[in-house]
Write a protein that binds this ligand. Structure first.
Ligand code: FPP
Length: 240
């Protein structure tokens, strides 16, 4: 297993729509191709890399603003992705986790998620954390509400509200912070993804559209990651 690989990689999978439109195809075809790319990449990650956690930004709180037919298509695609592709990947030792406000999702998708999360809970090879109806700010507000409730109703002392306690209250509780964020598809922004968790992550942007992002592109991102010196606010070894 290659040394120096990041422990946790968070991926903003952008560019499905443009991939399809540039081929004269409907956007939904791009999403299907994106799901296939995700499955192939997860299989590669599980087999060939030292990565232990992958977070995938699948549906943001802002994505509800898309046309209703596209939202419906994405919800059904995500349900199928989890029921079928994650199910197959489970044989590779993959464990499913999710983050985001699941209460806002269609019931059949929620049930599929709950079932798969339970069934894969003991798997240890790779955690696949899918962000659904997810927004970093919304997640932070949810955590604040939970902590405020704990102070008001359960007598939690203000002094107990530490960074560690806050992190444990987020959806990603128990997962290490991402070491590397990859965004495909030409834009260079975080779009409300894991705002708290990416505080010290390395950022990697590529113009490759998500359906075209394959193992070779990931290798390039990992190579770039290895070349970076991570200081977490401290001085470098030479004191510079
Ligand atoms: C971005 O492309 C992609 C999405 C909003 C949906 C992501 C969903 C998948 C890749 C399906 C597979 C699911 C998982 C969990 C791997 P876009 O529509 O924003 O593209 P555009 O910016 O070119 O319009």
């Amino acid at each position: 297993m290659p040394d120096g690989d990041p422990h946790h990689v968070a991926i903003i999978m952008d560019g499905n729509g443009r991939w399809a439109l540039r081929r004269g195809l409907p956007r939904t075809v791009g999403h299907e191709a994106g799901a296939k790319a995700a499955e192939e990449l997860l299989r590669f990650i599980a087999r060939e890399t030292g990565i232990r956690v992958v977070s995938l930004y699948a549906f943001s709180t802002e994505n509800w603003a898309r046309p209703a037919a596209e939202v419906r298509f994405l919800m059904e695609l995500l349900r199928r992705f989890i029921a079928k592709r994650i199910d197959e990947l489970a044989q590779e030792g993959i464990r499913l986790r999710v983050c985001g406000d699941l209460a806002g999702l269609p019931e059949d998708l929620r049930e599929t998620i709950e079932d798969t999360v339970k069934r894969t809970a003991e798997h240890r090879k790779l955690v696949v954390n899918v962000a659904l109806n997810y927004g970093g700010r919304a997640e932070i507000v949810r955590a604040c509400r939970e902590l405020a409730t704990s102070v008001a109703d359960r007598g939690t002392a203000i002094a107990e509200l530490t960074e560690e306690r806050f992190a444990e209250t987020l959806d990603t509780s128990g997962l290490p912070d991402p070491d590397l964020v990859i965004r495909t598809g030409e834009e260079r922004r975080l779009s409300n993804f894991m705002l708290w968790q990416v505080a010290y992550a390395e950022l990697y942007f590529t113009d490759v559209l998500w359906p075209d992002f394959g193992p070779e592109d990931l290798r390039a991102a990992l190579e770039d990651f290895r070349s970076r010196e991570r200081r977490f606010g401290a001085l470098s070894q030479g004191g510079e």
